[in-house]
Design a protein around this ligand. Structure first.
Ligand SMILES: Cc1ncc(C[n+]2csc(CCOP(=O)(O)OP(=O)(O)O)c2C)c(N)n1
Ligand SMILES: [Mg+2]
Length: 964
């Protein structure tokens, strides 16, 4: 309709003239004749958009001047036809109508190619995967016939940016589009809503010649990097036949791509790069990118450890280990590290992001966040299948978690173990999830080395420009089986038939360079031989090589040391002078006069002030705030993140207050005194796996910051089980990487049903050995205060798992005094009887942990029992054997009973029973083993019925106290 109207309304004008009028009208509606103004006013959105594009009124050059932005030179295209813009009135209305229709249709065609051209790209080096041609990329879809291809169409600015002219034959336009968008790279960027970003990509992709950019030096460098990548794999295959290394063969171009990303980023100011990656090609990356010495690598191949013998630790297989180095890239020094990781694919993604964030914070780069770059490599199957990929992507732009963009490099070998892509994901590409965060995705054929390097640099430049994630999907193949002893032809016979005759990326590239006269065949061969010789000598040296130091307590970790047995014998002093606590208290109970505080919060602030006046009645939240405040005053930053943790799930924390008029936020703890560290509290996205992984990653690079993750309810942490099992519990012994991360896991049986009762204490206890972490089920704010401070005051770092309270947050008895946190005080792993119970007359000792203590205490007081003592085990691991023995000694004649709320197969019982037994023997107690009072073994942690809960709870309390 619009098209017809324009054509007839013009009556003798032409498309170019029309576009010019439109351009003027957009700038100033009064500058054109009223009839045009009326016409343009009545245009529909789509026609207006097309006309706008044609007239070039929406297209803005951003002129950022990156050298990737190779200036377009029309001479290069060879197909461009300089269009003649006919003058108004020089053609018949019919001809003008036809020309205009051509223009508008061709516009749609161009738009389709920009959005969907990647579907026609030749991405598979094996040429096996063919997509059905997309009709929207065919001129016929728009009504053009084969005869129309030779007709000149006028496309104005649209074509200038593509071909350097305003008109060209339709055939030439299609050819140009095909060359750019359907060559060896497919660019997905049309989904990006921000036009500036789209234009940034479009202009670079359309203007830059993918293959013209590399000079001789650059081409020789790419060949050298391919030689090193392939040379290393070849050498390992020859020397270590059948040894598992998850070789990179078929995807060697990954190494030049990594070099390119790092090089581009460093030129743009990046000083540090943190890499995470899976098994595939890890050894290659270690030696060729992170510069792990070949000699160290080959000594590990020979079975030697990665660490000196006098450093404890169980170690890990070599394709999980990390390493780091300082590289000097043409005068720019960059620190590059590769994170260790477990087999669990993609679990390292958020860990890398968290570590990057910590390094940025340490550098004071808290706004732009460009100084430290995270690169995460992925297998194609894992990227498509693992939910943690999405969770990590989803965090990337959030204020508490952003890192200025991560570069994702997918080593897309078109297979996952034995699984074909058609069974690996739904949708178009295995990378489709990245579109959900507006990330551009560059798919590149791994056999086109220069295209891969071009897009690697483009991804890095995009990240540096916009501070957002970008994805480089290198489509390659896996030359051998999943690992070195696997037979791929069982399941992929056709693919492997093609692979057997497919030449390596290095061979292809070397031949190309020889053909282009960049170097001679002899030179290429000499490069290969030189590298093999280098490895031969490293191999020889490896036979006697011994690592002389472990790399774990350097840089920001210096000053810390591994935990020793003596550390557990005596708790460090974690109390602080009362004046310091009071100064924190003053900040906690006040808001600026201009702040419109919620009236209920105002009452809470007054209650806090009263605590400090009396020195008594400190509740849980205040104990926590005091621990935080004292650390901040001492110069330690704090980072707390989790779902709704600013306020606190149970509305108890209010670490960040909200102005009732302006919604402005105020964090009292950041106002204790002028020179203090800062606390950051972040409400996280609704994820456990990624957020816990992220905070763990943060602790990797911030040993002097107290980092806490809080679960909404404790058992939601099981969504993050991989981080707990593979990183938190075992990271130190496997990789020599300490973490002081704190997990706050709300726990306690209060009738709220199966999922809101238990934080699955038993799971953590099962993971405890070799003093790998603290597991506490605390009952007093003071002990919580000390446990938190111990995380930083100690000279080592250990994760701390806290079964955190719910009802105890407001329990009248679950309070502490200021004196219990004062100078000289410390954490108390066992709390003894608080009532005047005479040990000599005590018939029964109930040993318990956590909230059930208060149920027992209340019942004993109600029944006025005077021969039952109640002791609390505040720290369950490391098991405080000596403290427990001290506490039990006075009750030699009493029966000892373990009481827990959890079912018998859960909670602490199965972990503590034998340990208590040992202590009973030590102190010569009358009972040889502890009795059990708790819920019966159960499949589900708790009943859904509040009534049944109450009955069970009363029964177990009575059983513990030995009453009916
Ligand atoms: C979370 C997880 N599940 C399963 C595995 C077992 N596994 C190891 S490699 C692999 C296939 C990975 O395929 P892809 O991601 O494409 O990487 P590629 O080996 O092809 O490089 C599988 C299933 C694993 N390591 N981690
Ligand atoms: Mg794969």
């Amino acid at each position: 309709m619009g098209v017809e109207m324009i054509a007839s309304a013009l009556n003798g004008a032409n498309a170019a003239f029309l576009a010019d009028q439109y351009r003027r009208w957009v700038r100033d509606p009064g500058s054109v004749d009223q009839s045009f103004a009326t016409l343009f006013d009545t245009l529909g959105d789509e026609d207006r958009a097309i006309l706008g594009d044609t007239a070039g009124v929406t297209w803005k050059r951003d002129g950022s001047g990156l050298d990737l932005d190779v200036a377009f030179s029309p001479a290069e295209s060879g197909q461009a036809i300089q269009g003649q813009v006919p003058q108004a009135g020089s053609a018949s209305p019919e001809a003008l109508h036809a020309a205009l229709r051509d223009s508008l249709r061709a516009q749609r065609l161009v738009a389709a190619w920009r959005a969907k051209g990647h579907l026609a790209a030749r991405l598979d080096p094996l040429g096996l995967r063919q997509r059905t041609p997309d009709p929207e990329l065919d001129p016929a879809w728009y009504g053009f016939t084969a005869a129309d291809l030779s007709r000149t169409v006028w496309l104005g600015e649209t074509l200038t940016s593509l071909m350097g002219c305003e008109s060209a034959t339709l055939g030439a336009v299609v050819e140009t589009l095909r060359t750019i968008y359907a060559g060896t790279a497919g660019v997905e960027y049309a989904h990006i809503a921000d036009a500036t970003r789209r234009e940034w990509i479009r202009s670079r992709v359309e203007h830059a010649a993918l293959h013209g950019w590399a000079d001789i030096a650059a081409r020789r460098t790419i060949l050298q990097q391919l030689t090193e990548a392939e040379g290393f794999e070849t050498f390992c295959a020859k020397r270590y036949v059948g040894v598992k290394r998850f070789g990179l063969e078929g995807g060697e171009i990954t190494i030049p791509a990594l070099h390119a990303i790092i090089g581009e980023a460093v030129t743009a100011g990046v000083g540090e790069v943190v890499i995470g990656m899976p098994h595939r090609g890890r050894l290659n990356t270690l030696v060729n990118i992170v510069r792990k010495p070949f000699v160290a690598m080959f000594s590990e191949f020979a079975g030697a450890s990665f660490k000196p013998d006098d450093v404890a630790g169980s170690g890990d297989v070599k394709y999980h280990l990390g390493s780091s180095t300082d590289l000097d890239l043409e005068g720019h020094v960059v620190h590059v590290s590769l994170q260790p990781n477990p087999s669990h694919l993609e679990a390292v993604d958020p860990v890398v992001a968290g570590k990057v964030r910590a390094r940025q914070d340490a550098a004071g780069d808290t706004e732009a966040r460009r100084s430290v770059l995270g690169i995460v490599m992925h297998g194609d199957a894992a990227f498509a299948g693992q939910g943690i990929v999405y969770e990590t992507l989803a965090m990337s732009e959030l204020s508490g978690y952003r890192t200025g963009g991560t570069i994702h490099l997918v080593v897309n070998n078109q297979i996952g173990f034995t699984t074909n892509p058609c069974d690996g994901y739904s949708g178009l590409y295995g990378t489709d999830i990245a579109r959900s965060i507006q990330a551009p995705v560059f798919h590149v054929n791994g056999d086109d080395a220069e295209a891969v390097v071009f897009f690697a640099r483009l991804a890095a430049a995009y990240r540096q420009t916009f501070g957002s994630d970008a994805v480089l999907d290198i489509v390659c193949y896996r030359r051998h089986g999943h690992n070195e002893s696997d037979e791929p032809a069982f399941t992929q016979p056709v693919m492997y038939k093609a692979i057997r005759t497919h030449e390596t990326a290095r061979t292809l590239y070397a031949r190309k360079l020889v053909a282009d006269g960049v170097l001679t065949e002899a030179e290429a061969q000499a490069g290969w031989d030189a590298f093999q010789e280098k490895m031969d000598s490293a191999y020889a040296a490896a036979q006697t090589y011994k690592p002389n130091k472990a790399d774990w307590l350097e840089g920001c970790w210096s000053g810390l040391r591994p935990l020793s047995g003596a550390d557990l014998a005596d708790q460090p002093v974690t109390g602080v002078p009362a004046e310091m606590l009071r100064s924190v208290g003053a900040a906690l109970s006040a808001v600026p006069g201009t702040f419109d505080v919620n009236p209920k919060i105002a009452r809470q602030l007054a209650a806090k002030a009263a605590m400090f006046e009396s020195g008594e009645g400190f509740d849980w939240a205040t104990g926590e705030a005091l621990a935080f405040g004292a650390l901040l005053v001492e110069g330690h930053a704090i980072r707390l993140s989790g779902e709704d943790c600013k306020r606190g799930t149970f509305s108890h924390r209010h670490a960040v207050l909200t102005d009732q008029t302006t919604q402005a936020e105020y964090t009292p703890l950041n106002h204790v005194r002028d020179l203090q560290a800062r606390i950051e509290v972040h409400n996280s996205l609704l994820s456990e796996f990624a957020v816990l992984g992220y905070e763990y990653g943060y602790t990797m690079a911030a040993p002097q910051t107290l980092v806490l993750w809080e679960a909404q309810f404790g058992d939601f942490a099981n969504g993050a089980q991989v981080i707990i099992d593979q990183f938190i519990a075992a990271g130190e012994t496997k990789w020599l990487r300490m973490s002081g991360l704190v997990l706050l896991l709300p726990h306690g049986y209060e009738g709220q049903g199966p999922e809101h009762s238990s934080a699955r204490l038993e799971r953590y206890l099962q993971l405890c050995a070799e003093d790998n972490m603290f597991v506490c089920n605390l009952t007093t704010p003071a002990n919580y205060f000390h446990a938190l401070r111990r995380q930083i005051v100690a000279e080592y770092r250990k994760p701390l798992i806290v079964m955190a309270p719910k009802s105890l947050l407001r329990h009248r008895l679950a309070t502490s005094t200021l004196a219990e946190m004062g100078a000289g005080t410390r954490f108390r792993p066992v709390l003894e009887e608080i009532d005047p119970i005479d040990p000599a007359r005590t018939r029964r000792v109930v040993l318990c942990s956590g909230k059930v203590y208060y149920d027992l205490l209340a019942e004993r007081r109600a029944r006025k029992l005077e021969d039952v003592a109640i002791l609390r085990l505040e720290q369950i691991y490391p098991f405080p054997e000596r403290d427990l023995a001290e506490a039990l000694k006075p009750y030699a004649g009493a029966r000892v009973v373990w009481c827990q709320e959890e079912p018998q197969n859960m909670g602490g019982w199965q972990f503590v029973d034998r340990r208590i037994e040992t202590v009973l023997r030590q102190v010569g107690n009358a009972s040889d083993w502890p009795g059990y009072a708790g819920r019966m073994a159960a499949a589900s942690p708790a009943t859904g019925s509040a009534r049944v809960h109450a009955e069970q709870q009363a029964r177990l309390v009575n059983a513990a106290l030995g009453v009916a």
